[in-house]
Design a binder for this molecule. Structure first.
Ligand SMILES: N[C@@H](CCC(=O)N[C@@H](CS)C(=O)NCC(=O)O)C(=O)O
Length: 197
């Protein structure tokens, strides 16, 4: 199976971490989605990474859908355990939304300059990030289980992305509950070996 990705995509990192946690081997196809490379367009006309290309040729876009497929491929610890499905999906949904709000802010800055932060959308994204961090400060510790889950992975990657691209938000100093949950995951090989930067 092949994964189309780039090194700074938080969405692609989710797929990589899930594959490592599940022991699924992937061949990487490094790609810059913004340059509309033919290889990427052939598997995803949306020109976005990540994309998983399965051995039978089916291509799957969207990090959470890729994660669910990878989770189903090996019997190692289920990342979406049936007994905690709603709680894990809640966390995964909040984490992916946090990632998208952060990514939109970063990409608006890149293409429109620093004034993008002050625009209506820039301010709206920032409020969404702040509210979600505050909600997760209690939601995540309350829903975290003994075993790592898809929700844990998505939130931890979103937080890493915030620290990487929006360090001025300084979530580690402001949210001790998030800091503690994140620290438990950051030490895992799957996180360590896929770190941004
Ligand atoms: N919802 C998608 C988001 C994927 C996404 O936005 N990927 C970015 C890279 S971090 C991308 O390829 N952007 C190119 C574009 O939006 O044209 C997912 O979860 O996979």
């Amino acid at each position: 199976m092949q994964l189309h990705l780039n090194a700074t995509s938080p969405f692609a990192r989710v797929a990589r971490i899930v594959a490592l946690e599940k022991g699924v081997e992937l061949e990487f196809c490094w790609s810059d989605p913004w340059s509309d490379q033919a290889e990427l367009l052939a598997v995803n006309p949306l020109a976005r990474v990540p994309v998983l290309v399965c051995d039978d040729g089916e291509s799957i876009g969207e990090s959470l859908l890729i994660a669910l497929h990878l989770d189903s491929l090996s019997s190692r610890t289920a990342l979406l355990p049936a007994a905690r499905q709603a709680a894990v999906l809640h966390l995964a949904g909040q984490g992916i939304g946090l990632m998208e709000a952060a990514f939109n802010r970063v990409i608006a800055r890149k293409h429109e300059g620093a004034t993008a932060d002050q625009s209506l959308l820039g301010q709206r994204r920032l409020r969404a990030i702040e509210r979600t961090l505050a909600a997760l400060e209690t939601d995540w510790p309350a829903r975290a289980g003994e075993q790592i889950s898809l929700g844990d992975i998505v939130i931890a990657v979103a937080l890493d992305y915030l620290a990487f691209r929006l360090p001025e938000l300084d979530w580690p100093a402001r949210f001790p509950g998030l800091f503690e949950c994140h620290a438990r995951l950051a030490a895992r090989e799957s996180f360590f070996s896929t770190a941004f930067g």
